[in-house]
Design a protein around this ligand. Structure first.
Ligand SMILES: CC(C)(COP(=O)(O)OP(=O)(O)OC[C@H]1O[C@@H](n2cnc3c(N)ncnc32)[C@H](O)[C@@H]1OP(=O)(O)O)[C@@H](O)C(=O)NCCC(=O)NCCS
Length: 210
């Protein structure tokens, strides 16, 4: 008999429930708890029959469980660093309906949802979140803590800087460089390099906020 791999989910909001649902379809994984770090009033409640525990108390899981973060915002970096500071290790979770090339590499903390594709020789940095049906082409580098929302298409040979957010159904064409912390609006079509820390929107995508 294969022992279940214990997980705890960092987060208690709707995305945490979605991750729980997806993880429940992965053989041998078992979620033990949801972890809160902002609202103490949630501690002692339950989600899906699992306890909500305060981050400091999640340390008791450190030796037996790995953590996965269910935040799709820029707060994910802070939460993951807080958890690691307490000695928690990160899990890498790939839904069985995703297709991830054996030549791709995924750093700890990545979550790849159902129907996603990660192509050959592509690297996902630490705690990258790929939401439903997002795809990333070949020879692309996705920086730490990037979020790629449902149905977004990141082409081949792209460099996506750390903390970048790609909105749902956005498209980034091949060989572009996207600067750290850029936000690509839902539905945008990015056809040229994007500097760091700007919001781009539209077809073709233009900077709308610096
Ligand atoms: C880019 C984004 C972050 C901007 O958010 P924001 O700064 O709060 O912007 P606002 O909602 O105030 O909208 C500002 C303007 O941009 C327009 N706008 C917002 N998002 C847009 C988009 N994706 N494409 C085109 N126009 C957009 C709004 O209609 C508004 O226009 P107006 O000034 O003429 O009224 C956000 O709209 C977005 O695209 N988020 C991604 C959502 C997503 O992928 N969610 C995944 C859920 S699973």
């Amino acid at each position: 008999m294969v022992m279940a791999k214990g997980l705890i989910i960092l987060g208690t909001r709707m995305l945490a429930e979605e991750m729980f649902d997806l993880i429940s379809e992965i053989k041998d994984y078992e979620v033990a708890a949801f972890v809160e770090n902002m609202d103490r009033s949630l501690v002692g409640t339950e989600i899906e029959g699992r306890p909500v525990v305060w981050i400091d108390d999640a340390v008791k899981y450190a030796r037996t469980h790995a953590a996965i973060c269910a935040l799709s915002t820029t707060h994910r970096r802070k939460y993951v660093e807080q958890a690691e500071g307490l000695g928690l290790k990160l899990a890498t979770v790939v839904h069985p309906l995703a297709r991830v090339s054996s030549r791709a590499t995924l750093a700890p903390g990545c979550f790849v949802s159902a129907m996603c594709i990660v192509s050959t020789k592509t690297k996902l940095g630490k705690s990258v979140f790929m939401n439903r049906a997002a795809t990333v082409g070949h020879h692309t580098t996705i920086g730490d803590y990037c979020t790629i929302q449902p149905g977004a298409t990141v082409a081949g040979a792209i460099q996506l800087g750390e903390d970048t957010y790609v909105g749902m159904r956005a498209t980034v064409i091949e060989r572009l460089k996207i600067g750290r912390g850029a936000v690509i609006a839902a539905g945008a079509e990015v056809a040229e390099d994007v500097p760091g820390r700007v919001v781009v929107m539209g077809v073709p995508a233009k900077v709308v906020k610096r």
